[in-house]
Design a binder for this molecule. Structure first.
Ligand SMILES: [Zn+2]
Length: 119
C-alpha cells in the first residue's frame, strides 16, 4: 500500500523506465533518421512496443532495470533494435544537458573577435 502511494507520488520505476526509453529512442531517431517533431514510424513502433512491454512487465514496480532483468521479454527483432538504440543513445544520455547550457551561456559572454579588433 505504502509502495503504491509512493510510486504514484514519484512516478514509479516503470514510469521512469518509460521516460528514459522514450528519451533514448528520440535521440536515436534524431541522430539516425533526421530531426523531426515526432518519431519516425519505425521508431514510433519500437517505442509503442517498448512501452507495452514495460506496462506488462511481470515484475511491476519491483522490476530491475531492463538491462539487469533476468527475463528478456523483447522479441529477437525488437531486442536487436532497442540494443542499437541503447548503444547509440546510452553514451549521449550521459552528456549532461546543464553543462551544455552553461557552456552555451559562457560562449555568449565571451567578447566577439570583431569587438576586439574594432577600436
Ligand atoms: Zn526514427
Amino acid at each position: 500500500m505504502r509502495d503504491s502511494i509512493w510510486n504514484k507520488a514519484v512516478g514509479g520505476r516503470i514510469a521512469r523506465e518509460k521516460n528514459s526509453a522514450l528519451a533514448m529512442i528520440g535521440l536515436y531517431c534524431d541522430g539516425k533518421h533526421g530531426k523531426n517533431q515526432n518519431l519516425c514510424s519505425e521508431c514510433e513502433a519500437l517505442w509503442q512496443y517498448a512501452k507495452a512491454r514495460l506496462e506488462q512487465c511481470s515484475f511491476g514496480e519491483e522490476k530491475p532495470t531492463c538491462r539487469a532483468c533476468p527475463i528478456h521479454c523483447f522479441q529477437a527483432e525488437e531486442r536487436r533494435k532497442i540494443r542499437e538504440v541503447m548503444r547509440y543513445s546510452g553514451p549521449r544520455m550521459l552528456l549532461p544537458h546543464p553543462i551544455l547550457a552553461l557552456l552555451h551561456l559562457l560562449d555568449g559572454l565571451t567578447p566577439k573577435r570583431s569587438h576586439l579588433r574594432d577600436p
